[in-house]
Design a protein around this ligand. Sequence first.
Ligand code: CTP
Length: 406
Amino acid sequence: MSQNPASPPALHGRRILLGVTGGIAAYKAADLVRRLMEAGAEVQVVMTASALHFVGATTFQALSGKSVRSSLWDEAAEAAMGHIELARWPDLILIAPATANFIAKLAHGAADDLLSTLCLATDKPIAVAPAMNRLMWANVATQDNVATLQRRGIAILGPGAGFQACGETGEGRMREPLDLRADVAALLSRGPLTGVRAVVTAGPTREPLDPVRFLTNRSSGKQGYAVAAALRDLGATVTLISGPTNLAAPAGVQRIDIETAQQMLEASLTAAAQADLFVAAAAVADYKAAEIATQKIKKKDAELSLPLARTEDVLARVRAAFPALFLVGFAAETEKLEEHARGKLARKGLDLIAANWVGEGQAFDQEDNSLTVFARDGGSQTIASASKAEVARQLAAMIAERLSRA
Ligand code: CTP
């Protein structure tokens, strides 16, 4: 099949294992195969038993040029390519359509048919395009399962909203084949950070005072999440260590949830051991309760003073443990931006520090941000005020450029 000039180059020569599960949107998966093939991808279709009730294997076989796999017990197929080999074959596993049942199986690690077994036996990225009735999608069980998959770094593509085959209108429609193709191309893009493993910290920390109270700050996590997404878009494999926020993990990013500065430190040291790049965008509390009261602190008429103790500096500890890691910090300042930011750069042994003005309605919990980035070698660059996504995109490009020279 010739390559369509309008199709995304990231797919050329890439191997996609397309898992088709049993929903009416399975008929659209046939078009998806065509679209992926047009873009130069190699596609191996694996169908579940219920998918075979909707569309015949022959359709997919004719479109993909490969015999369709659907059973763990097909001796001839297993002899040609065993299921473990099959799990290692693709650059990406895409489940489209993914039924509520298949999402539940994936969330719970079930391996009772070929497709679920492949998903458990692979170390390749997995993307899921849900397709189901709107009430099944909205069900707390499904939403919990989807959240579990997102936390593991599985990309959730869609669903879209609109008219459904069951006659209802709402959220739960599978994304259109061309949209899914663009999603897959983005997930497989070989940007300048391909092969780079990045860790990003984001959000506030929460330091308990007693069983019902804590110290925290106004960080929304938006800038850090945007940095994680921007690094992913350049091809990095991203782990996001996040304090409590209201944000969903960007698709394809693995999120580790923490609450306290100490938990952020532990998660960071573990993740940094496997990383090439560490970006600390979190607003880590500098102080915690010297002792956490075991019972609720009762009010009295007199003033109350609570002794606070310093938390550990995550960045400084990460630098001490991993001298070769490329380290990027953030500095939030209300005065003497350059002087303070450069002081932190030197003290914490950073490669870059992204400084911004805070207070008076700037940065914290806002949609826009601007940054001045100072480098270890004395250079600096300014990123003019823009959405946090745009600022993150420019910061990620600077990081990629510096990393390539490091
Ligand atoms: N940071 C960290 N661990 C801490 C505190 C901060 O890793 N315990 C990181 C932040 O993620 C950020 C940078 O260090 O990248 C911020 O530096 P810091 O000196 O802590 O900034 P402020 O808290 O603003 O410090 P100061 O009170 O000195 O202005």
